[in-house]
Design a binder for this molecule. Structure first.
Ligand code: NDP
Length: 291
């Protein structure tokens, strides 16, 4: 088996599974899941993400609703739109593309979304459910990572996992998911003492730092599974390139399994967004989805 975990192929299989669940919801319950994506402003990267999300939502057989607002829109106007979407029965998932303009409070906007329609898993209720073993929605990027790890390694129970990065959207929920799988989890960050040694203790090493190629192969335990969440745009030899947070060549040489950048964690993120939308549609209608 190749060491490389092919996130693109895995994402395709997740999307195919979501497509089947959508068909099942339509034919058995007359429900077509709908995802509303709200974009404020003209950030080019956000525009690309929103376009891809809309396209893949439609391809999975769901309804996609895009709401593009001008940067100058007030927080109150955005909250009014969220309220309208919360009350719209054709909308089962609401995603507000981050980052928001500086004059808006991200936490207030996220909390205004009905947690049963939150598909990012950022709402405080869903954060609480994840950390108390409840049945909520899980942030897409860490969910994609845990799916790939379980598919490759089977049971994760008893493994030492190190997550480098403690953000609310990746590091912390990743650690919570690994703990749920009965790993022994260490969360490392910019103040961690002797980071190389901490990383070397990991059977599972997740890098979510945002620093190009920061983790070299000699920080990796031989045979460890390395999940590289980082997406960093760099210029090399006069060309623009996407690289992760791990130095791929040296890490691949020692790892037992590794995700590439691009083509690893990235494609899984949108697939998990579609997965979360279907889950929320089923929850809202008290329907148990076939696995
Ligand atoms: P944040 O900037 O929010 O968090 C980065 C974390 O890395 C912080 O906890 C920070 O520590 C830690 N860190 C920074 N420098 C160091 C260092 N030298 N040593 C150890 N830890 C360090 O980033 P995100 O979590 O939002 O994203 C991380 C990466 O993942 C980015 O490259 C981002 O683009 C990518 N990403 C990819 C996604 C995908 O779909 N594949 C989705 C989301 C993000 P401290 O808290 O102490 O400052």
């Amino acid at each position: 088996m190749s060491k490389v975990i092919d996130g693109k192929a895995f994402a395709e299989s997740v999307r195919a599974g979501v497509g089947k669940q959508v068909e099942w919801l339509k034919s058995n319950h007359n429900i077509t899941p709908g995802l509303a994506v709200v974009l404020v402003g003209e950030d080019p990267a956000s525009q690309v993400y929103v376009r891809n999300k809309g396209k893949q939502t439609l391809e999975a057989g769901m309804n996609s609703y895009e709401h593009k607002l001008d940067t100058s829109v007030s927080e109150a106007e955005l909250l009014a739109l969220i309220d309208q979407l919360n009350n719209d029965e054709t909308v089962h998932g609401i995603l507000v593309q981050l980052p928001l303009p500086d004059h808006m409070r991200e936490a207030a906007v996220i909390d205004a979304i009905d947690y049963r329609k939150d598909v990012d898993g950022f709402h405080l209720t869903n954060v609480g459910l994840l950390n108390t073993g409840g049945d909520g929605v899980v942030p897409c990027t860490p969910l994609g990572c845990i799916m790939m790890l379980k598919e490759r390694l089977g049971s994760l129970s008893g493994k030492n996992a190190v997550v480098v990065g403690r953000s609310n959207i990746v590091g912390k929920p990743m650690a919570a998911l690994l703990l749920k799988e009965s790993c022994t989890v260490t969360i490392a960050h910019s103040r961690t003492a002797d980071l190389p040694d901490v990383c070397r203790s990991a059977d599972i090493l997740v890098a979510a730092v945002g620093r190009p190629e920061m983790i070299p192969g000699d920080w990796v335990k031989p045979g460890a599974a390395v999940i590289d969440v980082g997406i960093n745009r760099i210029e090399r030899d006069g060309k623009n390139k996407l690289v992760g947070d791990v130095d791929y060549a040296s890490c691949e040489a020692v790892a037992g399994a590794i995700t590439p950048v691009p083509g690893g964690v990235g494609p899984m993120t949108i697939a998990c967004l579609l997965h979360n939308t279907v889950q929320q549609a089923a929850r809202q209608h008290n329907v148990e989805l076939p696995s």
